[in-house]
Design a protein around this ligand. Structure first.
Ligand code: SAH
Length: 465
């Protein structure tokens, strides 16, 4: 079985330093089930590829596993394990690149933290549930995914596709991050771990996935498959995963938002956004205001300071964020007259919700880009057709401006959970559809320093009816 990692980061041979494997040598490692080789089919200044080849010894595997050989089924001897990139590859990567995964590089320590353009090719990967699963697992982590189902037999197309895909992943990531993603997600794709899974697997999962798994929209699937569908272990792992968040939600959220904040902080975009939305709410003269996707409740705090506003209702899909908001706003110690003005509701903006009907204005600040594009229609109906506040204020990043953020890798979105970021034309187009379909008018403007070519960093649409 074969996996290659390539880069055209310059000098491309930096890959050798990052992997701790000299491109001019052939490296071997003995594994319990066979042998791994690392070789470099290409290693120039422009492009470098490391290939990991794993030779699985299927007969040895059976002998070791069942010394008295009670099970003589053919499946033990004739199976895909020598050829398909499965949990064996995951174990091999953990072994041959252990130093790289620990995030160490003696010669080039500064490289370790650097996100570089990487491409991984896995020509034969078992993917239970079809290509869609590969997209769902890797795209939220920022990968561009090409997954091509491999036909059972190209001579007989009517037989359909096999359970294998030819998978290519590209992203600008740290090599350590990439290896962690692969080590966790390859056995998840395969959904057929070759070894016994015990409680220590939870530690392994949390060690490798600690940084990203708790925020991954498919964390349940990942945990369940990684732990071989063992319900008790899965429950415990998810508990521990989320507990870390619950223990200190502020810290977790800080990590979650770190990139967005680091990128946007120099131009005080958060503050400016808050001011702009607040100004738009005030200008609308609203008395009853919704904050949809309220997050930690910063806007709610500001709205409560506005005299003319009688009621503020924050809505979020994350109950954890609502807890943070309740704490930040000190709801439990608020004076009763003040407390009566505010409510926090748990709900999703992609479902109609009778509790959201009858408001004068709704703020939807930096939320739509967290919705799957396929859910935007449901969001539109829930907000503009069903809740129908007189004013709806939407803010979202202007992707054109991203080239002006020096700390943002080219092509990257500002936040790991963003499903998309729009150009000015894309937002205008979406708004135009809403105005015709739901009888609103819209005014578009920018938030933050306006650049002559790429426009403002944040765009704002104020809908009125
Ligand atoms: N409005 C806040 C938070 C923006 S972050 C601000 O401007 O700072 C996006 C928020 O939207 C998160 O708190 C997330 O939990 C919430 N969110 C994402 N999808 C949602 C959905 N379908 N329904 C409700 N809230 C959602």
């Amino acid at each position: 079985m074969l996996l290659t990692i390539s880069t055209d980061h310059r000098p491309a041979t930096d890959l050798g330093y990052l992997l701790h494997k000299n491109p001019s040598a052939h490296h071997r490692a003995e594994l319990g089930f066979g042998r791994a080789h690392v070789v470099y089919p290409e290693a120039s200044n422009e492009r470098c590829t490391a290939a990991v080849v794993v030779d699985v010894d299927p007969v040895g595997l059976v002998r070791r596993r069942a010394p008295r050989g009670h099970d003589f089924s053919l499946g033990q001897y004739v199976n895909d394990r020598p050829y398909a990139t499965s949990s064996f590859m995951s174990v091999a990567l953990g072994k041959v690149f252990s130093t790289a995964m620990a995030g160490r590089s003696k010669e080039r320590p500064e490289l370790v933290e650097q996100a570089i353009a990487l491409e991984v090719s896995l020509p034969v990967t078992p993917c239970r549930g079809g290509e869609d699963v590969a997209h769902r697992l890797f795209e939220p982590l920022g990968y561009e995914v090409t997954a091509q189902a491999i036909p059972l037999d190209p001579r007989f197309p009517q037989w359909g596709d096999s359970q294998y895909v030819d998978l290519t992943l590209t992203a600008t990531v740290t090599l350590k991050g990439l290896l962690e993603h692969l080590v966790v997600l390859l056995p998840v794709l395969d959904d057929d771990k070759h070894y016994w899974v015990g409680p220590d697997e939870i530690d392994k999962l949390l060690r490798r996935g600690g940084d990203w798994l708790s925020r991954h929209p498919e964390r349940e699937l990942i945990t369940r498959r990684y732990l071989r569908h063992d319900r008790r272990l899965t429950r415990e792992a998810l508990g521990r995963l989320m507990e870390e968040d619950l223990e200190d939600p502020d810290e977790a959220e800080t990590r979650y938002d770190a990139r967005e904040h680091a990128v946007e902080r120099p131009i005080h975009l958060n503050e400016r956004r808050l001011e702009a939305v607040l100004r738009a709410v005030r200008a609308s003269g609203a008395r009853r205001v919704l904050d949809l996707g309220c997050g930690e409740g910063k806007l709610i705090g500001e709205l409560l300071r506005v005299r003319g506003i009688e009621q503020v209702v924050g809505v979020d899909v994350s109950s954890r964020m609502l807890d943070v908001a309740a704490q930040r706003l000190h709801l439990d110690t608020m004076a009763p007259s003040q407390r009566a003005r505010v409510d926090l509701l748990h709900g999703s903006l992609t479902y109609r919700d009778a509790r959201l009907v009858g408001f004068d204005a709704a703020a939807v600040a930096e939320v739509i880009e967290h919705l799957d594009p396929s859910r935007l229609g449901s969001f539109e109906r829930a907000v503009f057709a069903h809740a129908r506040p007189s004013t709806v204020i939407v803010t979202t990043p202007n992707i054109e401006y991203n080239v002006r953020f020096e700390s943002l890798p080219a092509g990257a979105l500002r936040h790991r959970d963003h499903r998309f970021e729009w150009t000015r034309a894309e937002l205008a187009n979406w708004c135009a559809q809403i105005t015709t379909r739901h009888g609103y008018t819209v005014a578009l403007s920018g938030i933050g320093p306006e650049d002559a070519t790429v426009g403002p960093p944040t765009q704002m649409a104020v809908f009125s009816r």
